[in-house]
Design a protein around this ligand. Structure first.
Ligand code: UD1
Length: 416
């Protein structure tokens, strides 16, 4: 079983280009189904999850290929409406294919999606929203058997601003009869990217980034080209890496506004952060200060996807940082692994109290989920001695050139 070996204590220096956003490219690839014409998606990261989406499209009878950061898709030949269980289990995003497949073919069959184990991750809001738009969805032996003649636009009020449910509704509504309004929609930047893609296809979507997204259904959508936005969590990973290891780095092709709250917390922790257009400069040369209380919230609040990453930094800060995870009920699985490295963390339900320690030590640790795994690498960069990080399948689902990027900044990191 391969592992990443990190010998900590080397400061990071240099420049890295931020990869395209995993959480944008996946719903955008699902959206290509809505047009029977060719689409070209640029700035796609080379990830297992992108490969899984390409395989789903191919299984459906579409032409789809990844090459050098570009996915080309032609869905003209789509002739199936089922997604195999093994592909559904690979990633959470497989569920956003539901709205798109149903919209295109009027039928869909799929199992429950997989993805990171962050506690319970129901899809009840996806299902109830599509039902409100006219879908008939039955559950049979762990499968969803779905039919929808043509979706009808309606008002949907989400009790939680779910990212995936907002995306699924947008995909179902783009070709629906009439107008759909999503109240309490997710505000995440990836919703804006999906809106931009649907509009480039000839859709009529507005409001992304606010609480109300409005989708006027159109009769048809055309093929198009699109550039995926930068991955704010991949950027957050590199920023927390320099906060942990020390040094001075520059991230290019970033969108600093998407990271505003993380940048402010890192400033508070004693890092020097400067932004200039699409470039972020980050420096840490002194002792890290505690970050007070960090509560995960829907965007523009502190992202749950950066909670583990920042916790890895807090482990070595002076004093106490308190985390409160409000989005997922099982998102502290990395804590047990950080404890193996000498961290001092107490978890009570959704609260984790991190007391900074003078030193972390290298250990054999295992990725518990995608961001939890990256967080262990962030901690390892500041640890004394060698860390062996296994469970790399998680990391490869979401990071392109994970160890190459850190090595280019001067980290002592290798995969063997
Ligand atoms: C997306 C991101 C994930 C990020 C999360 C929150 C992708 C592929 N993944 O996940 O990286 O951590 O947003 O920013 O984009 N919920 C329900 N019922 C539903 C749907 C969600 O109760 O039908 C709950 C979830 O359990 C969770 C909360 O809503 O407590 C938010 O989940 P959601 O925004 O849907 O996250 P994902 O779209 O799965």
């Amino acid at each position: 079983m391969s592992a990443i070996y990190i010998s900590g204590g080397k400061p990071l220096n240099g420049s890295v280009r931020v990869q395209g956003a995993k959480n944008s490219v996946l719903p955008i690839l699902a959206a290509t189904i809505l047009s029977g014409e060719p689409c070209v998606i640029r700035n796609c990261p080379n990830l297992l999850d992108v490969g899984t989406s390409v395989r789903i499209l191919q299984h459906l009878g579409c032409k789809a290929a990844y090459k050098d950061g570009v996915v080309t898709v032609d869905t003209a030949g789509m002739n199936r409406y089922d997604v195999p269980e093994d592909l559904m289990r690979e990633m959470r995003s497989s569920v956003v294919f539901l709205g798109a497949i149903l919209s295109r073919t009027g039928e869909a069959v799929m199992s429950y999606p997989g993805g990171c184990d962050l506690g319970s991750r129901p899809i009840d809001l996806h299902i109830s929203s599509l039902k409100q738009m006219g879908a008939d969805i039955r559950e049979e032996g762990g499968f969803l058997i779905c039919k929808a003649h043509r979706f009808t636009g309606c008002d949907i009020c989400l009790p939680i601003p779910s990212v995936g449910a907002t995306e699924n509704i947008m995909l179902a509504a783009a070709l629906a009869r009439g107008t759909t309004r999503i109240f309490n929609a997710a505000h995440e930047p990836e919703i804006g990217d999906l809106q931009a893609f649907l509009n480039a296809m000839g859709g009529k979507v507005s409001g992304a980034g606010s609480s109300t997204v409005v989708i006027e259904g159109v009769r048809r959508l055309n093929g198009t080209e699109h550039q995926v936005i930068p991955d704010r969590i991949a950027a957050a990973t590199l920023l927390t890496a320099v906060a942990s290891a020390g040094g001075e780095i520059e991230l290019t092709k970033a969108r600093p506004d998407d990271l505003a709250i993380l940048l402010s917390v890192l400033n508070e922790a004693g890092c020097t952060i400067q932004t200039d257009g699409t470039v972020i400069h980050a420096k840490r040369d002194g002792q890290l200060k505690p970050m007070g209380r960090v509560q995960t919230m829907p965007h523009p609040g502190f992202p749950t996807d950066a909670q583990a990453l920042l916790m890895a930094v807090a482990c070595r800060a002076e004093g106490v940082t308190v985390f409160c995870e409000t989005i997922f009920d099982g998102r502290y699985r990395h804590v047990g692994e950080l404890l193996r490295m000498g961290a001092d963390i107490q978890v009570v339900e959704r609260v984790a109290v991190v007391k900074g320690v003078k030193r972390l030590t290298g250990a054999r640790v295992c990725s518990t989920d995608l961001r939890g795994g990256a967080a262990l690498a962030v901690a390892a960069l500041a640890a004394e001695g060698e860390t062996a990080l296994s469970g790399l399948n998680h990391i490869d689902r979401g990071y392109e050139r994970f160890e190459e990027n850190l090595a280019s900044l001067g980290a002592d990191i290798k995969r063997k």
